[in-house]
Design a binder for this molecule. Sequence first.
Ligand SMILES: [Zn+2]
Ligand SMILES: [Zn+2]
Length: 176
Amino acid sequence: MKLVVRDIEEQTRRVLYEEPTASLNARLSSSTVRDYELPTNASVRLDYYRVGVEIFVQGHIEGKAIGYCARCLEGYVFDVVNDFSLVLLPQEQLPPNMELTQDDLDIVYYQGDEIDLSPIVGEHILLALPTRPLCSESCRGLCPYCGVNKNFEQCSCETNRSDPRWAALREIKLDR
Ligand SMILES: [Zn+2]
Ligand SMILES: [Zn+2]
């Protein structure tokens, strides 16, 4: 999504569009563990206006994500929602001894006649994903012995096998 700088006025304008998620999916699948997938485009609403050289943007993102639970490995769908505010400044306004960092998402310096907001929107989609995917806080995970999903099935592994961490202690008892 690109904003043309000279078209931005003092009066707030609103734009609604679909942000493609293909490049974000490529980033998500490049990690060794697949945690998340974005199956559809994200719906984005941008309100923007100008005060002098400063451009103010308020964004609202809504989309769907599939998480792959860290405990039971099942896929589950959830809503991705994020709001953000930005101040866009021309590059010339950058103080000479200040470095541009990706973390400074609330102030963005731009060059040229157009501002590409897609990378910023993309970052805010990724920021809306929880650090660890869990299908539910109370997910019981997989049985470490037989692999059944303990949310749906019960097995008797845990009662049949004693915890190996106690084995050493049991031997001590037997020796005496
Ligand atoms: Zn789970
Ligand atoms: Zn089991």
